[in-house]
Design a binder for this molecule. Structure first.
Ligand SMILES: Nc1ccn([C@@H]2O[C@H](COP(=O)(O)O)[C@@H](O)[C@H]2O)c(=O)n1
Length: 587
């Protein structure tokens, strides 16, 4: 763990169920490879995870079983370790590559920008040359411009210990927000490709593995399940998904399951399968194999317990060296530099919006009114709009560091504006953007307005947010565990296999829905009453939605009517300035 990381709190744990084949799964790590420095439950770093996977493999192999390590993308954007360096990712590629990963694929964040997809092609694909899969993803070759697969489409291999014959694919959901140097082929088209049909018609397969940056309850995974089941009525299929940042497990049928392992290095997904046929042994088709999943909290207490090792016997030299490498990178990037101190926790989902504990209320009422002001438009009223999905994490009471700015707001999006919009129309924009998208998506189906909100509460994963729990937001995450009945707050997952999936028994945490977009109206000092016209200022990610909403209001604005507002500033830079100006004296 990193020197500033809090020690995990002892907690009651559920044991793992091991099988013939076992998997460790990460997804949506978003640069959190140093672990969480303010939350004991998730305080292990990538080096610790390397030791864990090594020890788990040793344990499996000692019993004649196999263990595979999987990562399903979105490794970038969301933490200073990736975002604070110039170029971005200067340190993380080398850190990530030190883990032995058996199967790996791309997420949407690796595709938003040309340079990040080219980094995948030039750095990560060679680093993971025998494990990177890109079943429905092409890239324009950085030098020749030729459209080529980012990595091999699929892979067939036999496991070392059990001799299980596996055919594996690596998908991304039908993402459309990518820069034009990559091409995502919709899954429904990919399943018709000859190479895919030939791969799934192969009878010498004991297990199909579909890894993907794809939610487990998505049309894309359903499509893949149906395509494989159509020709292989009986062969077990295991999916590993991602993207929606939740813990989830879906049962497709008795021989087919899908695991999604959360986000931000909070969760190491564990999956096992027992009772598979192998190259040397055939099992009765009537006997369904046993599938078991556990969501492991990413901390040393869990790691020691599951490996039955201790602080002396657990770490590997390689893992410890990577922890040191992470520490050195954090020091170079000065990620612990404190800009100010928060006097209370500010939550994304754990507090109702609007409320004093909501990070969105804080932004709307405190931050945006202070920071959204272009020197050339100071005397104009403005509506400042930010999508809630652009905010990625809570703020904890205590130091707000350089790292925190990227953790809360990692994106490089700046602000744009349309000037002098009639106020009576501009004041209706927010309702249109927040009305669950009916208006917008009827006008342009690729621009669903829920895309503006955090992925955690997307429709496919909304069941998490219907769990209305009446515990108050926990103000002290680091209190010691007093007894077995005094559980720490954390994940209490319910999925298709029940409510025993989390390795650690936790007290539940409340989750409240948030709007797609928040807004502040900022008037010049001497203005009274509503202005006749107003500048509509918005974070640039939401421009396509704002222009559509204008159309709905019969305002015929196009990109040509928009311009940069506050040249050179992003929400990230503005946040750092606001915290320095307002919270410096709290420390
Ligand atoms: N520049 C950006 C990029 C993304 N977002 C928000 O994040 C969502 C995607 O999140 P995942 O981590 O699950 O891929 C996207 O839909 C936006 O809400 C953003 O605000 N600005």
């Amino acid at each position: 763990s990193q020197p500033l990381a809090p020690s995990p709190v002892e907690a009651p744990l559920r044991d793992l169920t091991w099988g013939q084949i076992n998997f460790l799964h990460t997804t949506d790590t978003h640069g959190w490879h140093a672990g969480h420095l303010q939350e004991p439950s998730y305080s292990a770093d990538w080096g610790d995870y390397m030791s864990f996977s090594t020890r788990m493999r040793e344990k499996a192999e000692a019993n004649g079983q196999d263990l595979l390590v999987i990562d399903t993308g979105d490794r970038i954007e969301g933490n200073g370790l990736y975002d604070a360096s110039d170029p971005k990712g200067k340190y993380t590629f080398d850190i990530i590559k030190q883990q032995h990963i058996d199967l790996i694929c791309t997420g949407n964040h690796e595709l938003y920008k040309r340079n990040s997809s080219e980094n995948e092609y030039n750095i990560n694909v060679p680093n993971f040359s025998s494990s990177y899969l890109a079943s429905n993803l092409d890239i324009m070759h950085p030098e020749t411009g030729e459209q080529i697969p980012l990595a091999p489409r699929f892979k067939k291999f036999t496991t070392r210990k059990q001799g299980i014959r596996i055919t594996a694919f690596g998908f991304i959901y039908d993402f459309t927000g990518n820069e034009n140097n990559t091409v995502v082929q919709p899954v429904e088209d990919t399943v018709k490709e000859t190479w895919f049909q030939e791969a799934i018609w192969d009878r010498e397969v004991d297990l199909f593995l579909v890894i993907g940056h794809v939610p487990v309850r998505s049309p894309e995974f359903l499509e893949l399940y149906q395509a494989i089941r159509k020709v292989q009525w009986d062969t077990p299929i295991q999916f590993f998904g991602g993207h929606t940042h939740i813990r989830d497990y879906k049962k497709y049928d008795a021989k087919s399951f899908a695991l999604e392992s959360g986000r931000f290095m909070e969760t190491i997904g564990f999956q096992s399968i027992d009772g598979l046929s192998t190259s040397t042994k055939t099992v009765q088709t009537s006997a369904a194999p046993k599938f078991s999943r556990t969501y492991i909290d990413n901390n040393m207490f869990s790691f020691h317990r599951h490996t039955q090792l201790n602080a002396t016997t657990f770490p590997t030299e390689h893992g410890q060296n990577v922890s040191k490498e992470i520490r050195a990178a954090r020091e170079h990037l000065q990620l612990d530099t404190t800009y100010g101190c928060a006097e209370q926790n500010l939550w994304m989902f754990r507090a109702e919006y609007p409320s004093n504990s909501s990070i969105f209320t804080w932004l709307e009422q405190r931050v945006l009114p202070d920071v959204i002001a272009d020197k050339n438009r100071m005397n104009k009223s403005r509506l400042a709009m930010v999508n809630t999905g652009g905010i990625r994490f809570d703020i904890f009471k205590g130091p707000f560091t350089r790292d925190s700015t990227y953790i809360v707001s990692p994106f490089t999006s700046g602000f744009r504006y349309v000037k002098d919009v009639p106020y009576d129309k501009a004041s209706k924009l927010l309702t249109i953007l927040n009305n669950n998208g009916e208006v917008i998506q009827n006008m342009e189906p690729s621009l669903q307005s829920w895309m503006l909100a955090p992925v955690e509460q997307r429709s496919s994963s909304a069941h998490v947010f219907t769990q209305k729990v009446t515990v108050p937001p926990n103000e002290d995450l680091q209190r010691p565990l007093l007894s077995e009945h005094d559980l720490t707050p954390g994940y209490t997952t319910k999925d298709d296999a029940g409510s025993d999936g989390d390795d650690t028994l936790h007290a539940p945490i409340a989750s409240y829905r948030v709007p797609n977009v928040i807004q502040s109206q900022i008037d010049p000092p001497l203005q009274s009453g509503d202005p006749e016209t107003i500048d509509v200022v918005y974070i640039d990610f939401i421009q396509p939605w704002v222009l559509l909403a204008f159309q709905f209001l019969d305002l015929d604005y196009s990109i040509d009517d928009t311009a940069v507002y506050m040249e050179g500033e992003t929400l990230t830079t503005l946040l750092a300035k606001w915290v320095t100006a307002n919270w410096k004296d709290n420390c």
